[in-house]
Design a protein around this ligand. Structure first.
Ligand code: ARG
Length: 672
């Protein structure tokens, strides 16, 4: 093609235009499909639908042809000047989607199946496994076809792309895809110039509700899970440049404050002038609960205090604030130690809004009387209603959550709300979502809401995690214990002799808090897990200790060869990443998956994907290091040869591990 550049920009314009048209049509088709689903219209009776489907297919075909031309132009002009690693899965998906829709214009939404190839280099790096399901679609409409022929047809329509070196048909119709090494080198090398960049995703405003302990009650391991998982999800969302609101929905309003305030008035009558010295709020809670249960006079006063608090009587508000302050300080100690950031916005924040929404729900006829209570039903999938107003007229956890979801979607105008709460509350949240939809607050076409649940933490006896005397374990004690055990472990390895006291302290914290976080994050969050310091402090297997050690070892390689980060950056301009050796190639391909792993986690919010991924990086690095020398020394320990390219590969590995560590909240140390 002569005037390559001009033609290309025309193609781009037309392709963008066609894409826009398709997306509009898609919305129409989706809408009609939904109506069909609801049995509002019958397919054969609706010429509008048939017309749209034909139109959509035609446009898709046109887009496919245009995309193909772009791909061909790109490979000729080597246009791609990337500043970040792109998602290979996504790029292959687009490429094969183009080929498949061009090859089979008669099939509506043909399946595009891209997978990682197995370990045998013969099968390439990725696979497209679409031919078999497409053959099945033909078979169902009575046409017999050979999937291998279909695979060939896909390849005939495949635009050439600099990412793909070659494709081969194998077995019943698999397409083995071989990545182009020069392309992979180029893609990975972007990190030396631009750092490890996030994949490109459409920016969203997200609110994440996590941690959320209750005032005056001790934060327990359930809250610890929410805190750790929530922090990681928040870090991931921030890394991909979303606008993130980290909200601590603490339980700071409710009837328990009646007895707490009444008890405060008795124990510290001068509380309005002098800050009461409550050091152990849990004991204070227990004392007041005991009086509440045993003394009817006190109980009466406690109820009166609730009423006064809820009508915002100043002295009662002051007492409430004092109690919240004590709790807040305790919570903050945990957050500081674990490096957690949160904005406190507890249940009390929503009180005025709760009054308002209750009125609105009532006026909309959405509330039902039930033995003096006012309840609201969700949809068929949830069979327990929300209690919006109690029989004594008070509000509940449910009603403040209705007010909160409205505040978040309508005032904060977020696109996405994520609740990180134990699985025991699943029904509450699914009912909440259904009710919010019913009330016109939540619109699933505009908003995404996720309940990110998690299983319980078990003790080593496989029973609910408790102290020997059956009390729930205080988080501070747990963290202290972790620090103690981490130090033992480091001493066992003689690290107290090799490190300076400061280095040892840093390593101790990295190990202690890292192991607690990682043990939590590396398990599928839907499962329960056994809390065991001995297991999490093992230096083999998928543990924080193993990974932190692997990282320090990797970092020490460049250090041995006297490479500072600045020198490595310089080096990357002269030297290119080597990917010829089988183990170099294997490592390079694992690193290349970084954007894919993040996108996967962004989609399903399972942080254990990232843990498995860093673990795979560490293992693949070990394999590489065992067969590829980076720095060669003679018998007296002097450096005789440095493989500069491999130093770069080592650094790239460390950089990607660091990003994963950051998302997981692990603090890597250079010396351990
Ligand atoms: N404070 C609650 C508890 O400890 C968790 C709150 C979760 N968030 C929410 N919006 N309901 O069980």
């Amino acid at each position: 093609m002569e005037n390559g550049k001009n033609d290309l920009s025309e193609y781009y314009k037309e392709a963008a235009h066609a894409e826009e048209e398709i997306s509009t049509l898609k919305t129409c088709v989706d809408d009609i499909k939904r109506k069909l689903y609801d049995k509002v219209i019958q397919p054969t009776e609706d010429p509008e639908l048939n017309k749209l489907i034909t139109e959509n297919t035609k446009l898709k075909h046109r887009l496919a042809i245009l995309n193909r031309a772009i791909g061909e132009e790109q490979s000729q002009n080597k246009l791609s000047s990337n500043t970040k690693m792109e998602s290979i899965t996504e790029a292959l998906n687009n490429l094969f989607c183009t080929a498949i829709s061009a090859a089979f214009p008669d099939i509506q939404d043909p399946p595009v199946v891209i997978a990682l190839a197995g370990n045998n280099p013969k099968f390439g790096d990725y696979q497209c496994n679409s031919a078999m399901p497409i053959a099945n679609i033909y078979k169902q409409s009575g046409k017999k076809v050979n999937p291998r022929d279909l695979a060939q047809k896909i390849l005939d329509n495949l635009p050439s792309h600099p990412m793909v070196e070659k494709c081969e048909i194998a077995g019943p119709g698999f397409i083995n895809i071989f990545l182009d090494r020069a392309y992979v080198v180029k893609s990975l090398s972007t990190i030396f110039e631009h750092g490890v960049q996030p994949p490109t995703v459409e920016k969203k405003r997200v609110l994440i509700d996590f941690s959320s302990p209750n005032v005056a009650k001790e934060m327990h391991v359930g809250h610890l899970r929410s805190t750790i998982i929530g922090e990681t999800i928040a870090r991931l969302l921030e890394f991909v440049n979303f606008d993130v609101l980290r909200i601590n929905h603490i339980g700071d309003w409710g009837t328990q404050f009646g007895m707490l305030i009444a008890h405060l008035q008795d124990r510290f009558p001068d509380y309005l002038d002098n800050m009461p010295p409550i050091s152990d709020l849990q004991a204070f809670y227990k004392e007041s609960k005991k009086r509440f249960d045993e003394d009817p006079e006190f109980k009466k006063r406690a109820y009166a205090c609730v009423v006064k608090l809820q009508s915002f009587e100043p002295d009662h508000i002051k007492a409430w604030q004092l109690i919240c302050d004590v709790s807040r300080k305790e919570f903050q100690k945990i957050y500081d130690r674990l490096d957690i950031t949160l904005i406190e916005r507890g249940e009390s924040f929503y009180q005025k809004r709760t009054e308002k929404i209750v009125k609105e729900l009532e006026e909309a006829g959405l509330l039902e009387e039930d033995e003096g209570r006012k309840i609201m039903w969700g949809d068929q999938s949830t069979n327990i209603p929300l209690t919006i107003v109690k029989s004594d007229g008070g509000f509940t956890y449910d009603s403040s959550d209705m007010a909160a979801i409205k505040q978040r979607l309508e005032e904060e105008k977020v696109d996405w709300v994520i609740y990180v709460v134990d699985l025991g509350q699943a029904t509450h949240f699914y009912t909440l979502f259904a009710c919010a939809k019913k009330a016109g607050i939540l619109d699933e076409k505009k908003h995404r809401v996720d309940f990110v649940g998690f299983g319980v933490v078990l003790g080593e006896d496989k029973k609910k995690f408790k102290t020997r005397s059956g009390e729930s374990i205080r988080l501070v004690d747990l963290l202290d214990k972790g620090m103690e055990k981490a130090l033992d472990k480091l001493k066992e390895k003689g690290r107290d002799k090799a490190l300076t006291p400061e280095e040892l302290k840093r390593a101790q914290e990295a190990v202690a808090y890292g192991c607690i976080k990682y043990a939590d994050l590396s398990h599928n969050r839907n499962h329960e897990y056994v809390f065991s310091f001995d297991k999490m402090l093992e230096d083999k297997g998928n543990t924080a200790v193993y990974l932190l050690y692997a990282y320090t070892r990797i970092k020490s390689i460049a250090r041995t060869a006297n490479f500072t980060p600045e020198k490595i950056k310089e080096l990357s301009k002269k030297e290119s990443l080597p990917l010829d050796h089988e183990k170099e190639w294997k490592l390079g391909k694992v690193l290349l998956r970084f954007p894919d792993e993040l996108l996967k986690t962004l989609n399903d919010l399972y942080p254990h994907h990232i843990c498995e991924y860093v673990y795979e990086i560490a293992n693949t690095f070990t394999e590489f290091y065992e067969s590829c020398y980076c720095v060669e020394k003679d018998s007296s320990g002097d450096i005789v040869k440095v493989n500069y390219g491999r130093i770069l590969l080592t650094e790239a590995t460390a950089m990607i591990m660091e990003k994963c560590f950051h998302i997981l909240g692990l603090n890597p140390v250079e010396k351990m």
